[in-house]
Every structure is written in C-alpha cells, then in structure tokens.
Design a protein around this ligand. Structure first.
Ligand SMILES: [Fe+2]
Length: 311
C-alpha cells in the first residue's frame, strides 16, 4: 500500500510540473530522451551528452590539441546551437590550440575593458586567475559577457588548467527558457523595450582611472540569429536601466527579471577539472562564476568571439 501511494504521489507531481512547461520545453525533453536512447543523433563525429533538457552538454570524441577536420567544426557549432553551452574535458590547450578552437565560431572579439588582463603577444587571450591575493573574481554575478559593447561577443571559450581541490563551478542559465516561462502579457510589455548596459557597473572599480568604458542600449528580448528563438537579454552584471520608463518602473522590472533568470529550471552547473573547456553562447545564456575556493588557485585563459548588434 505504501509503495502504491508513493508511486501515485510521484505521478501526480510529474503531471503538475508538466502543466507548467512550455511546448518548446516539452519538445526539448522528448528530444533529450530520444538522444539518450540513441534513437535520434544529429552527430556523426562527436558524442554529445546533454546534462538536462534545457541547457548544457558534454562533448567527447575530439582531440582539440591538434588540428581537426571541418566535420568536427560543423558539429561543435551544431552542439553549441543545440545546447547553449558545451563542455570538453582533458584538452591541454596551448595558446595556438585555443586560437584554433575559437576560430571555429568566428573572429576574436577584443574588448577594450579586458586590456589590463591580456596575455602579452595575444591580444584576444585574457588571463582568468584567482588566488590568495585576489580581492574579486571576474563574473561573480549573473551576466552575459560584455553586453555593454555595441556588438557584444557571441560566445566565449574558457580553458582552465588549474583548479581548487573543491569548488569554482560555473553556473549557466538559458535565456530562451527564461523568456519562454514569462506570461504572454509580460512578454507583450517587454517586447520593443530596450535597456542600458554599462561597463562601469561591472568594471568601474577595477580598471585604471581615465579609461573609457562602453555603455550601450540593447533590446530587452533579442532574437538569436542562428536558431531564430527569442531570448531575454538583461543581466545583473551590466544592465543598469530599462529605457523610456520611470526610474521606479525600471527598478521594479529589472528586479523581477534579475530574480527570474536565477530559476534552477533554466540552469546547469559545471564542475571543472584541470584542462577542461567551456564554450558558451552569450546571445541566449547567462552565467556566473562561484568563488567559494578562496584562498586556493583557479587559473586559465579565455577568448571571446565577435558577435553582432542584438536585434
Ligand atoms: Fe563571464
């Protein structure tokens, strides 16, 4: 009887959750189940294992330390479009291999704000390092990389060679899922609005005095140029103001949206290992780095890839 009751409860809960999911989420879940069962693979070269139906996948079957075929490049692009963020382990990248991998996704994006942290001789490679002397780490709050730029980077390729014994995870959130989960009335209210993204909010206290930092307005919801899907595009790291409404209205809307994107329903969490890589799409996702390992060392390099003006 107890077993029967427990079973009944599980079914009831599942039905309740199902009622809250959008058609897109249902479809993604079905695809994930089919792929897990090996009945629907879009990949001929790579092995792509989803972390959950919404965001994130492990990618295996390629050695990125050596030159690779265009078939691999095509499937890496496909895996990123399908999953928003992809993870590869045990890839000991030197700077040239890192550059080669980034070129799969486009030209490097050299952001003015990264100047203090660039690797000498490699303008597009930024050192990402935290240790016992760190007063802060990059990306501790939810953000989309460099959304303050007029044409923010479409993606980022982060390679970490040194990790703390525990901690230092990165959490990613799907802005497709965040947008889809809003009511039609809220979507209608946000459609057509723009918001200001200001680098001073993220870097103002960290860069040398007198350095000019970008500040740009972008649509609150943008359409992904590859998938055609709509994604929420405001983030706590850079967004300061919804344009064209009162200060109080802006504060209320942003406060709601910043809290909304933090739902575990939209997320995956990656636990790094030495020589792992994360490749993410800034146009449809946000992420945050968890600094729970002080005073230990977490260290590596990042390349960002040029994007387009959000529309
Ligand atoms: Fe970031």
């Amino acid at each position: 009887m107890a077993l029967s009751l427990k079973h009944q409860t599980i079914i009831t809960l599942d039905c309740t959750h199902k009622g809250l999911r959008s058609k897109e989420q249902e479809s993604a879940m079905e695809t994930a189940v089919q792929e897990k069962a090996g009945t629907q693979s879009r990949y001929k070269v790579l092995e792509v294992e989803r972390l959950n139906p919404t965001i994130g996948a492990y990618v295996r079957g390629v050695d990125l330390t050596k030159p690779f075929d265009e078939d691999v490049a095509d499937e890496l692009r496909l895996a990123l479009a399908d999953n928003l963020v992809i993870f590869l382990r045990d890839q000991k990248l030197d700077f040239e291999a890192h550059r080669r991998l980034a070129a799969v996704f486009g030209e490097p994006h050299v952001a003015p704000s990264t100047k203090p942290w660039r690797v000498p001789g490699f303008d597009e490679i930024t050192k990402m390092h935290a240790d016992e002397n760190s007063k802060y780490v990059a990306g501790e709050d939810w953000h989309s990389d460099m959304s303050c730029d007029p044409e923010p980077p479409m993606g980022s390729i982060l390679y970490l060679h040194t990790l703390p014994s525990l901690g230092g995870d990165t959490v990613f959130s799907s802005m497709y899922a965040a947008w889809d989960a809003l009511s039609d009335r809220m979507k209608a209210q946000l459609e057509g609005l723009t918001a200001t993204h200001d680098a001073v909010k993220a870097f103002g206290a960290l860069v040398p005095d007198g350095m000019t930092l970008p500040c740009t307005s972008h649509p609150v919801a943008r359409t992904h140029p590859v998938t055609g899907r709509k994604a929420l595009y405001v983030n706590r790291g850079f967004t300061t103001r919804i344009d064209g409404v009162t200060e109080r209205e802006s504060e209320a809307l942003l406060s709601f949206l910043f809290e909304h994107v933090q739902s575990p329903m939209f997320q995956c969490r990656f636990t790094w290992t030495p020589n792992a890589i994360a490749i993410w799409d800034n146009r449809c996702g946000q992420h945050m780095a968890i600094w729970d390992y002080f005073p230990q060392v977490r260290s590596g390099f990042r390349i960002q890839v040029k994007g387009e003006k959000p529309v």
